[in-house]
Design a protein around this ligand. Structure first.
Ligand SMILES: Nc1ncnc2c1ncn2[C@@H]1O[C@H](COP(=O)(O)OP(=O)(O)O)[C@@H](O)[C@H]1O
Ligand SMILES: [Mg+2]
Length: 354
């Protein structure tokens, strides 16, 4: 059987880990990315360095590959429209359109009766004032292009709403700051025949709005697990999504709220590379290639730590041991707040995370 070639839009660390996983199962990858020395270009079989708005380049790329996937959700939507055979794009355009705009995403979740943080769309300064009165502590988030807490601002004390409104330069929403106990994410996969599988649920700790640690599996009640899985299954099925999807949640004393959806492999699933028989990356490649999902088997409990900015310097040149697995993304430049690599600590399955 000839294996397909999978085209990947985006060449960051997620593209790199997707390419590595594909290689492991004999599938070739072709990265399309505007940056010359992106992490994924060093490990993929083929590489096109072009802009996402270059229609001709996208058309040529799409003819060279059997399926196309993406490693980030902020690809211009017209790039997908340049692809001649739309059937090739997995997950489809629907998942991308939905998650590119927080407002559309929140309306979708509301329509599915899935609990989320109370929010308002900001059209005037008064909307900020009303939300502040109603919700108390709030967070303003841009509707588009936010990641790693970029495009977010907290509102706690009494403020000049006109001034805040004037400082907003992208369409935004304002939402209640949730006094959560902790955050978790569900990494779920769906294949072309609607078979689903998910990974053990991990707890996520953020610092400065950036993911720092994931502990998996985490101790949860049966009621919590049922809600987390049923919401995630509802979302992935409703979107007709093929491949991995990640759902971020806030767990409060008495409720489970969806924070946001990522239509792709996710940082909080990186631990699966070392601790499961099938990683989230391999699972995604299998689904995109039209194969069946594989229920992952947990080999170890895991604690993943992101290496952010110059934290990478503590790990350069170190080698893996049986229980410590180092992943460096080989990015050209160290920048504050930039994800440069991650380390996964493996534990036996009796080791419980609170
Ligand atoms: N409404 C909220 N209440 C409490 N914390 C929040 C809220 N929104 C975001 N945060 C914190 O900021 C982090 C990043 O925000 P998120 O909306 O997930 O944006 P990003 O796209 O940057 O990941 C969250 O994981 C959480 O820790
Ligand atoms: Mg997030």
């Amino acid at each position: 059987m000839t294996r397909p070639i999978i085209g990947i839009l985006g060449g960051g660390q997620l593209g790199m880990m997707l390419s590595n996983a594909a290689k492991k199962i004999g599938i070739k990858t072709h990265i399309f990315c505007p940056e010359e020395n992106c992490p994924a270009s060093r490990v993929s079989d083929f590489f096109t360095k072009e802009d996402y708005n270059n229609k001709e380049a996208i058309e040529i790329f799409s003819e060279k590959v059997d399926y196309i996937t993406y490693e980030f959700e902020n690809i211009p939507i017209q790039t997908i429209d340049f692809i001649k055979n739309k059937k090739k794009v997995r997950p489809g355009k629907k998942s991308l359109l939905l998650t590119q705009d927080r407002l559309t995403e929140k309306k979708f979740l509301n329509d599915l009766s899935i609990p989320i943080a109370p929010y308002k769309s900001i059209e005037t300064a008064n909307d900020i004032k009303d939300a502040h009165r109603e919700f108390n502590e709030c967070i303003i988030k841009t509707r588009t292009l936010g990641y790693d807490g970029k495009g977010q601002e907290s509102i706690s004390n009494q403020r000049n709403y006109e001034k805040i409104f004037e400082s907003i330069n992208l369409k935004s929403i304002i939402e209640k700051k949730i006094p959560f106990e902790f955050e978790v994410s569900v990494i779920i996969a769906r294949d072309i025949e609607n078979n689903l599988c998910h990974y053990p649920i991990g707890k996520n700790v953020h610092k400065n709005h950036i993911l720092k640690d994931t502990f998996s599996p985490i101790q949860l009640t049966e009621i919590q697990i049922n809600k987390l899985i049923s919401y995630s299954e509802k979302i992935i099925t409703e979107l007709n999504h093929i491949g991995i999807l990640a759902v971020e949640f806030f767990v409060t004393e008495d409720n489970i709220l969806v924070n946001e959806i990522a239509p792709r492999v996710h940082n909080s699933g990186h631990w699966t590379i070392d601790a499961c028989d099938v990683s989230q990356f391999e699972q995604h490649i299998l689904c995109v290639a039209g194969e069946r999902v594989k229920d992952p088997i947990l080999k170890n409990n895991a604690h993943m730590i992101n290496l952010i900015g110059d934290e990478i310097n503590n790990w350069a040149g170190k080698s893996n041991s049986e229980n410590i697995k180092i992943h460096l993304y080989n990015k050209e430049e160290i920048k504050e707040g930039r994800k440069m690599g991650h380390v996964t600590y493996l534990f036996n399955k009796e080791h419980l995370f609170e």
